[in-house]
Design a protein around this ligand. Structure first.
Ligand SMILES: O=C(O)CCC(=O)C(=O)O
Ligand SMILES: [Fe+2]
Length: 395
């Protein structure tokens, strides 16, 4: 069993071996690089340092051996146990100090290396419990918070809301329940705003309307699709271990852009391309998104269904991130959250914590109701048309 010290030094040596020459900044370009980095840090990086579970991978500073203080920071960043809140806030203070020091150029021959954080910053998503890795997203270096899977119509925006906004939302969610309410059951808890989601039609209620609260109104101007904005909001609380069965949100009733804002904690969302089995299931009488066993979650998996589960890949939705589904990910893939108490994230078993989400949709009304997507097999509109045609030929 390697000791902590040898583990640390092996880790350090491995990192050092992996450094590319151009990661090491010379003194000439250090200052502009650092200024740029700090500008982003105000917005994002220091935030990550405070909250990121992978903090030791976020930030590594290789130092001139002459500078004892900075070497100390470096070692601390690399320490594998470096993940307590106190240590993080200490690091934040030291990074700010380092900033002053660098800007005043009191250092000689400093080498800085910024490592990507697996969760917050890595172009390839975290490896999840599901054996299949999520496809690799595209990240434009000028907007590092945004990951895009163009061919799936999928976008994940990290740090879409601030910690302050997150706190307000969690407080507001709980404020409507009585003191004796237990939040630890197995079931999701839901609150509805705008036109309420109707669990019998999988569309929106015509009459049941609650205005969206201010904390929702505030972020609407920041949504990536501004041509039309959501008017149906479902806030859900998932106690640790709770999930939602794989499903495709009703095509005909809602606009193409579907959003899921995650807060409270991260959770993996499972995606799977729809197959003829899904098409068959959607033609069966009842479907349900409640926690009862559903047609999409049969108890004894058939061989075909087992094969399907092998096609599933999971994408970690970090807290405060916004997921946007359009195109194939909206119309031709199921999405869901597996019910389980722990997830495997990058090889580490992580206990689930309570997670909240705001699902946002835009209701189609009158002549807008309908769909002509590229996935007729799993399109409720096409299924209705098929069934109407079948009835006419029966007559
Ligand atoms: O909680 C989530 O992120 C997704 C919920 C969802 O897919 C739905 O309510 O249709
Ligand atoms: Fe959904």
């Amino acid at each position: 069993v390697p000791t902590k010290q040898t583990a640390v030094s092996a880790y350090y040596q491995k990192l050092a071996r992996n450094q590319e020459e151009n990661d090491l900044l010379s003194m000439q370009n250090l200052q502009p690089w650092w200024t740029g980095f700090m500008a982003r840090a105000q917005d994002r990086r220091l935030n990550e340092l405070r909250t990121c579970v992978k903090i030791r991978r976020c930030f590594q500073i290789l130092l001139d051996e002459k500078n004892g203080l900075l070497r100390r920071i470096s070692q601390r960043c690399l320490w594998p146990d470096f993940n307590t809140v106190t240590q993080r806030s200490e690091l934040v203070r030291e990074v700010l100090f380092l900033n002053d020091t660098i800007l005043s150029m009191r250092l000689i021959r400093v080498k800085l290396v910024l490592l990507r954080c697996e969760v917050c910053d890595n172009p390839s998503p975290a490896k999840m419990t599901s054996p299949n890795s999520a496809p690799t997203p595209f990240t434009n270096p000028s907007s590092p918070k945004i990951q895009k899977w163009e061919s799936l119509g999928l976008t994940l925006i990290h740090e879409f809301i601030s910690e302050e906004e997150e706190e307000v939302m969690i407080g507001a969610f709980h404020s409507v329940y009585g003191e004796n309410t237990s939040f630890s059951g197995r079931k999701r808890l839901s609150q509805h705003f705008g036109y309420h989601f109707d669990y019998t039609t999988f569309g929106a209620s015509e009459t049941n309307f609650t205005p969206a609260p201010e904390y929702i109104q505030e972020f609407l101007p920041r949504l990536p699709v501004q041509e039309y904005l959501p008017d149906q909001f479902t806030i859900q609380y998932y106690p640790p271990g709770a999930g939602i069965p794989p499903h495709v949100d009703t095509h005909s009733m809602f606009g193409e852009a579907l959003y899921s804002l995650s807060f409270g904690s991260a959770v993996p969302m499972a995606f799977r391309k729809c197959t003829t089995n899904d098409a068959r299931r959607m033609r069966l009488p009842k479907r349900s998104l409640t926690n009862n066993p559903t047609t999409s979650q049969t108890k004894d998996a058939t061989p075909a269904e087992t094969a399907e589960s092998e096609e599933t890949w999971e994408l970690l939705l970090p807290r405060r991130s916004l997921l946007l589904m359009t195109g194939p990910s909206r119309y031709g893939y199921t999405h869901g959250i597996k019910s389980r108490k722990t997830d495997i994230i990058d090889g580490e078993t992580v206990s689930r914590e309570g997670r909240y989400s705001i699902t946002m949709r835009t209701i189609r009304r009158g002549a807008e109701i309908g769909c002509n997507c590229d996935f007729p097999g799993v399109c409720d509109q096409r299924i209705r048309e098929e069934q109407a045609a079948a009835e006419r030929t029966d007559e």
